[in-house]
Design a protein around this ligand. Structure first.
Ligand code: AMP
Length: 299
């Protein structure tokens, strides 16, 4: 396993079909599942580790984002990465980044208005990674459903070569979607946070049983979240996978997504619905059987 710091060095170190897994580090099993997916279809797997200042809408969030390069390198190597590309900010942004990528319409709802500038930062850094590393395939988690839709659209609209693949959510044993930010949750905040996945999974059951009405699917999530006294909800929305357009009816591939604060930690989660009007399957992701490596154990 090699650690690279520049785009040029990274390109020289790759051979055959290249799979790219972009991350901001502090790895957990969700990230490792992306490496495993990339391993399957690639000769060289590159994991990028870069906490991208451009996509943070709150300086405090950027300042406290957890970092541990040594830990990440060991985990990425064990999961099958060939290269960890860990650039300094100067390599990624050698001068002022005047060119920005905006994917219109897909950024208008949900995370967009709640996190001004976030998707511009994401699309810009992903465009730079795709241009700089030139992967055949890049892998993104369904956890960040709107981000995945935006990256797909950007790649298509800007004619980037290569394919974008979405990978199911990995959840902690109790259902909470894995996120590097979960380490900030207190015991009480964690208990409250579990209502998000519980509600989404209940809505998943309803949709598979034939419920198509967005209001009733959303209500199933709200009922669960309502049982937690300390959750501050930002949104629960059913949106199309292609355009992230809010839907009244589940009538095309879609995802039901929630964003909420538990204490000082902002959490997002979703369930994707794949299929067509003949029937939809809820992608509930997978659950760990043991405690996540996020919490310092062996997993
Ligand atoms: P991040 O480091 O949070 O920017 O995430 C890097 C990539 O990992 C993104 O494509 C995320 O969608 C993906 N990811 C994060 N958490 C999970 C999870 N629990 N399951 C699957 N993919 C995830």
């Amino acid at each position: 396993m090699r650690i690279t710091k520049t785009f040029a060095e990274t390109r020289t170190a790759t051979a055959g079909r290249v799979g790219l897994v972009p991350t901001m580090g502090f790895l957990h099993e969700g990230h490792l599942s992306l490496i495993e997916a990339a391993r399957d279809g690639s000769d060289t797997v590159v994991m990028s580790l870069f906490v991208n200042p451009l996509q943070f809408d709150r300086d405090s969030d950027l300042a406290k984002y957890p970092k541990d390069l040594e830990r990440d390198v060991d985990l990425a190597a064990a999961a099958g990465a060939d290269i960890v590309f860990a650039p300094e900010a100067d390599e990624m942004y050698p001068g002022e980044q005047l060119t920005r990528v905006n994917v219109n319409r897909l950024s208008d709802e949900m995370e967009g208005p709640n996190r001004p500038g976030h998707f511009e930062g994401v699309a810009t850094v992903v465009a730079k990674l795709l241009a700089g590393i030139q992967p055949d395939r890049s892998y993104f988690g369904r956890k960040d459903a709107q981000q995945l839709a935006i990256v797909r659209r950007m790649v298509s609209d800007l004619s980037f070569p290569g394919e974008v693949l979405g990978v199911p959510i990995v959840r902690e044993a109790e259902g909470l979607a894995l996120s590097s930010r979960n380490i900030f949750l207190s015991v009480e905040e964690r208990a409250a946070a579990l209502t998000l996945s519980r509600g989404l999974l209940a809505a998943g059951d309803l949709a598979e049983a034939g419920e198509r009405d967005a209001g009733r699917l959303i209500a199933a999530v709200l009922v669960e979240i309502g049982t937690a006294p300390d959750i501050s909800l930002e949104y629960v929305t059913l949106a199309s996978q292609e355009l992230v357009q809010p839907l009244d009816e589940l009538d095309r591939p879609a995802f039901l997504a929630v964003a909420a604060w538990s204490g000082g930690t902002r959490l997002i989660d979703n369930v994707h619905f794949d299929g067509d009007e003949a029937g939809f399957v809820a992608d509930r992701g997978s659950r760990l059987k043991t405690k996540s490596i996020l919490y310092g154990g062996e997993g």
